[in-house]
Design a protein around this ligand. Structure first.
Ligand code: PBG
Length: 337
């Protein structure tokens, strides 16, 4: 109690502040989401995400080596699939010679210690831009799970260390665990996007992959494609539901659970962290990145300071890992400090 206690004594200078700091950040806290495209020597910036590129596999490999040298130990990979390969079954997702499988193989060959975590969901492969198979006007849960198992096994065959289901189908973690084990991949882990909200913050990501849900009006059945992902991704008004989903995923065999998006959902991060006994990851998503970049370009906020503050606050809320488009920039800044 004042005057015996003075909080400011612990804030007098940077040395004392660093001694009592409760949370620290290091490059190994980060996972870097990467967009991969067909071609060679191809690198195109995503217009809504300055500094983030779609790269062909050869250039992706070079970037992964740089990331590793900076202390980053995991990449989340997403592919932009040619429109001609998309259909309602998503079968390109388990093509052993597909873009995702090539990328995994090449990254692991060039940088074996980098943890490669491909996304498991059908949206980049779906003509409708949905994470699963459409039937009778909705996303069919159980047949989608069958497809996801084939997808994850083919990613494991290509060398993935972890698979990361982001689709929000019920029961997919158990199905993936059983499928991976049956194929001999007991050591391939599952990082489940457990509490993934139906969020408008994913807009720039869908630009990057051209994977936004589309309404295709041709044929009676096709006309009934849901316009959004609200029948599988969570309602952002809900809190208890996030804990329920995370606990189910742990029971089903998830090695890590994820909360997504980040900054607006830190209450959920803390509650999930307190509820589970596995590492909690947070996805600091594309829209969050785009907002900081846009404001910083106008000189309205300081990019580096806002970036570090947000990443630190995500960690403080309970994240063991943060998937963030800022991973490289933040790692460079941390190396300098
Ligand atoms: C697809 C997927 C999405 C993201 C990661 N995996 C988009 C979506 O669900 O529509 C979003 C990531 C981001 O916005 O950075 N299953």
């Amino acid at each position: 109690m004042f005057p015996l206690q003075r909080g400011r004594r612990l804030r007098v200078n940077e040395s004392i502040r660093s001694l009592v700091r409760e949370t620290t950040l290091s490059p190994s806290d980060f996972m870097f989401p990467m967009f991969i495209a067909e071609g060679e020597n191809y690198k195109v910036e995503i217009s809504s995400m300055p500094g983030i590129f779609r790269r062909s596999v050869d250039l992706t490999v070079l970037e992964v080596k740089e990331l590793f040298a900076l202390g980053i130990r995991a990449v989340n990979i997403y592919v932009k699939v040619d429109e001609s390969l998309k259909d309602n079954t998503g079968k390109e997702a388990w093509n052993p010679k597909g873009l995702m499988q090539d990328a995994i193989r090449e990254i692991k060959a060039a940088c074996p210690e980098m943890i490669v975590m491909p996304d498991v969901a059908l949206d980049p492969y779906s003509i409708y831009g949905h994470d699963g198979i459409i039937a009778n006007g909705d996303i069919e849960n159980d047949s989608t799970n069958d497809a996801l198992v084939k997808m994850a096994v083919s990613q494991a065959q290509a060398g993935a260390d972890f698979v990361a289901p982001s689709d929000m189908m019920d029961g997919r973690v158990l199905r993936l665990r059983q499928g991976l084990d049956a194929a001999g991949f007991q050591n391939v882990g599952i990082m489940s996007y457990s509490a993934k909200y139906a969020s408008a913050f994913y807009g720039p990501f869908r630009d990057a992959l051209n994977s936004a849900p589309k309404e295709i009006i041709s044929g009676a059945e096709l006309a009934k494609v849901p316009k959004d992902k609200k029948t599988y991704q969570m309602d952002y008004a809900n809190r208890l539901e996030a804990i329920k989903e995370a606990l189910w995923d742990v029971e089903e065999g998830a090695d890590m659970v994820m909360v997504k998006p980040g900054i607006a959902y830190l209450d959920i991060v803390r509650e999930v962290k307190n509820a589970v006994n596995v590492p909690v990851a947070v996805f600091h998503v594309s829209g969050e990145y785009a907002m900081i970049k846009a404001a910083a370009e106008r000189g309205w906020v300081d990019n580096d300071k806002v970036m570090m503050e947000q990443l630190m606050c995500i960690k403080r809320a309970g994240a063991s890992l943060i998937s963030t488009y800022f991973a490289k920039e933040a790692a460079i800044l941390l190396q300098k400090s």
